[in-house]
Design a protein around this ligand. Structure first.
Ligand code: 13P
Length: 252
């Protein structure tokens, strides 16, 4: 059966020293509780190896926030999936709306990134989600369906089963405006149906679908109680060990 997961996305926050300190705090807090979900932190590239050195991998997973769409070579400033894997990280966020919006990521580049991540045994945390206008004009379900179909439906069922999905309505990211638990449930159940139509019920039932967008300790419990919401991808609230742990504990 699918896993419950709480993953932090630190985005472009923390210096190396601050990040290592935050990772240590989360690691320490996790050592004192029996978390009822998998816990992951996704951190800037510069922080991966030093953070990996201070966390207990049995309790806390580590991921990057992106990787390149090429294997290696003359791509100045890029970081490849194999480089990410060589730090000890096991996950990579792909297709975050901020990458789509500010760095022009498309379904075509994302296909390459997903393939390279999988080749390097990284688990992609693949993000999808509509913008406010699409929510308001009622096209949000078809928008998200197309994002999944266009970037992921070239995968075999075996490879698709390795993914974690994250539904992040763009209008809820960093805005303090959370999707209601019913809005999240509607979309998550829809996504599971889209997966079932393509890969069958078993693959769909085994896919973890996380919610992201202004998730915090005060709303996590209600969101995670919904049958198709399998956890969260947490931005702002993952930058403080106590609030991040408050969300982890929503599963206890
Ligand atoms: P916030 O939790 O800050 O809204 O960010 C969500 C997000 O984008 C996680 O990837």
């Amino acid at each position: 059966m699918r896993k419950n997961i709480v993953a932090g996305n630190w985005k472009m926050n923390t210096t190396l020293q601050e990040g290592v300190g935050l990772a240590k705090d989360v690691n320490e807090a996790l050592s004192k509780v029996n978390a009822a979900c998998d816990v992951i932190i996704c951190v800037p590239f510069t922080h991966l190896a030093p953070v990996n050195a201070v966390i207990n991998p049995a309790k806390l997973g580590l991921g990057a926030e992106n990787c390149a769409d090429h294997k290696s070579g003359a791509y100045t400033g890029e970081v490849s999936a194999s480089m990410v894997a060589s730090t000890g990280a096991s996950y990579v966020i792909l297709g975050h709306s901020e990458r789509r919006q500010y760095y022009g990521e498309t379904a075509e580049t994302l296909k390459e990134k997903v393939a390279l991540a999988l080749e390097n045994n990284l688990t992609p945390i693949f993000c999808i989600g509509e913008v406010l206008e699409q929510r308001e004009n009622g096209t949000y379900l078809e928008v998200v369906k197309a994002q999944i179909e266009d970037a992921l439906f070239n995968l075999s069922a075996e490879d698709f089963s390795k993914l974690i999905l994250a539904y992040e309505p763009v209008w809820a990211i960093g805005t303090g405006k959370t999707a209601t638990d019913d809005q999240a449930q509607e979309m998550h159940a829809f996504i599971r149906g889209v997966i079932a139509d393509k890969y069958g019920k078993e693959v769909a039932d085994n896919t973890s679908i996380l919610y992201g967008g202004s998730c915090k300790p005060s709303n996590a419990r209600a969101l995670f109680a919904k049958p198709d919401v399998d956890g969260g991808l947490i931005g702002g609230a993952s930058l403080d060990a106590e609030s991040f742990m408050g969300i982890v504990e929503a599963f206890n």
